[in-house]
Design a protein around this ligand. Structure first.
Ligand SMILES: Cc1cc2nc3c(=O)[nH]c(=O)nc-3n(C[C@H](O)[C@H](O)[C@H](O)COP(=O)(O)O)c2cc1C
Length: 201
């Protein structure tokens, strides 16, 4: 077994109940295969996002993406937090996730962020099916991204996303990040977030 395969295996969720394999296998790597995302795969990612549910079918999600070795890619890198720059600046593709803040009547679309999340859930699972990882990042200077790409105030940059095929080399990461990459994946218990009949005291 190769080292990347070993990492992938160890990152499979230790589930209490059986779930869909793609959900179990997904994780957020900091190292990716040095391979461009195929155009067909990229279109499939956006197609998966396209068919997400949304409040009133308003489809408030927007994505701005750039491939490595382009000016636009470097612009996105410049918006990342220093911690994220350490690994995400080597991803084959970077993306910004954005939502449209208003309804057609100009009032706030309170559910827009929710719907962006749903579309990214779709995209993340479609990606997993194709051996692609999406590592979502809140550590992005969204105001700077908004300015650099001339995105109007009707839209809100939410996250940056590092996109690449699974199977990156562990030793391309610093020792500190290698430890992070190998850490046990943990979750709250179901009883801490799913409540039957009444809200807990
Ligand atoms: C909205 C969002 C923001 C995140 N921001 C960051 C980030 O800035 N940097 C980072 O390394 N990981 C980030 N993550 C990844 C989470 O840390 C990761 O999903 C969580 O620790 C669970 O690990 P797993 O995805 O491997 O299961 C983010 C994830 C989400 C969904």
């Amino acid at each position: 077994m190769t080292a990347p395969e070993q990492v992938q295996l160890e990152n499979i969720a230790d589930c209490d109940y059986e779930i869909f394999a793609l959900l179990k296998q997904r994780y957020s790597p900091r190292t990716f295969k040095e391979e461009k995302i195929k155009k067909q795969h990229l279109n499939q990612l956006f197609e998966a996002a396209r068919w997400a549910a949304s409040s009133n079918n308003l489809q408030p999600w927007r994505f701005l993406y750039a491939e490595q070795n382009t000016d636009a890619y470097e612009k996105i890198v410049s918006c990342l937090s220093e911690e994220n720059k350490k690994w995400a600046s080597k991803a084959p593709l970077l993306m910004l996730s954005i939502f449209k803040q208003t309804n057609p009547d100009g009032k706030e679309n309170f559910h827009a962020l929710h719907d962006l999340g749903l579309s990214l859930g779709n995209m993340t699972m479609q990606a997993q099916y194709m051996g692609i990882a999406l590592h979502h990042m809140a550590g992005v200077d969204w105001k700077k991204a908004q300015e650099l790409f001339h995105i109007s105030n009707d839209y809100h940059v939410t996250t940056a996303i590092a996109v690449g095929y699974y199977g990156g080399e562990l030793d391309k990461l610093s020792e500190e990040l290698q430890i992070e990459e190998m850490k046990e994946r943990k979750r709250m218990q179901q009883s801490e977030f799913a409540f039957m009949n009444k809200w807990p005291d």
